[in-house]
Design a protein around this ligand. Structure first.
Ligand code: ZN
Length: 328
């Protein structure tokens, strides 16, 4: 309905570029990309068009193409707009996003540098480093940490590299540095990342690495999540008694900290001789509880099972939180 009316107005005001652009955006919002694209092209083809409008039309065309999944054309159109407007932050941001989404991290890093966004720069340097090996990889991670020393994604990648290369001394030093440089409320992300990797491992070096983690965490002021992860790591190497002590510690810090209670319940259950029915019910709830999503976004509340550094829903950086209470 709105489109029909606006189309009429546009027909009666063929010189109003603003209206044309608005109509195009309306088509795009209705996912009628073909018509949106056609409209922009009509505007761009106009002779004697004010460069300001031409730049706008190229920009909107770039967004249309991006939405249509035509990445090369989107980049071309946005660069045409950039030719007229220069380093306009809106254009740079869309280009950075396109490159990031198409795994061209080198370009993404360049555009985020132009935008003066060190968090994003470090993030994509860490992603880029995953495509590289050895010296090149370490070089990219160092660059990331030089740009933003609080980048959990760069520290995590560096620690996992140390683990793969069995560089235990570097691992310990980097873990200490990481935990003192990453914002306190998100430093659990590196432990979660390491934990997921260690969980899959059957290598004998696991013991030595986990004791180093234990040593590092033991010297840090009590923090509920670091304490909790310390216990999880100890369980990976069968140190149940020690793990229990650390789990109990988390409950002293916060009696509602459900993940520790769940682990303790599992450990205790196996020690009891329970009536068959009771055990079945208990197993059912323990199983269900282990599916509770552990993380959420502090901005938009999105709940996730795996860690994220940029929220998949609201695109906030480093807004992840660990759901310490069931109603978080
Ligand atoms: Zn969010």
């Amino acid at each position: 309905m709105v489109i029909k009316q606006l189309s009429e107005v546009v027909k009666n005001n063929p010189d109003s570029i603003e209206l044309y652009l608005a109509l195009g955006n309306l088509f795009r919002s209705q996912s009628d990309l073909e018509r949106a694209i056609h409209l922009r092209q009509t505007i761009i083809a106009r002779p004697n068009l004010d460069p300001k409008f031409k730049a706008r039309a190229w920009y909107e065309l770039g967004i249309d193409y991006k939405r249509a999944g035509l990445i090369d054309r989107a980049i071309y159109a946005l660069k045409q707009s950039k030719k007229i407007l220069g380093n306009d932050p809106n254009i740079l941001r869309v280009l950075a996003t396109i490159y990031a989404q198409s795994n061209d991290f080198k370009q993404a890093v360049e555009y985020y540098e132009k935008l003066g966004d060190p968090i994003a720069q470090a993030h994509y340097l860490a992603k880029w480093s995953k495509q590289k090996q050895d010296k090149e990889k370490l070089h990219l991670l160092k660059r990331a940490l030089h740009i933003y020393i609080g980048s959990p994604e760069a520290w995590l990648e560096l620690l996992l590299t140390n683990w793969k290369d069995t560089k235990i001394k570097e691992f310990k030093n980097n873990l200490e540095q990481a935990l003192s440089n990453i914002e306190k409320d998100i430093n659990f992300t590196i432990l979660e990342g390491i934990y997921q990797e260690f969980k899959k491992s059957t290598e004998s070096k696991l013991n030595a690495f986990i004791w180093e983690i234990h040593n590092v965490i033991s010297t840090i002021n009590p923090d509920i999540l670091l304490t909790y992860y310390n216990a999880l790591f100890l369980l990976l190497i069968g140190e149940e008694d020690k793990a229990r002590i650390w789990l109990e510690k988390t409950l002293l810090l916060n009696t509602n900290f459900w993940p520790a209670r769940l682990v303790l319940l599992k450990l205790d259950k196996d020690k009891q001789s329970l009536p068959e029915n009771f055990r079945l019910h208990l197993d059912f709830f323990i199983e269900k509880a282990s599916f509770v999503k552990k993380f959420n976004c502090r901005r938009c509340g999105l709940k996730r099972e795996v860690i994220f550094f940029i929220c998949p829903r609201c695109s906030s950086w480093h807004s992840i939180a660990f759901r310490k209470q069931l109603n978080d």
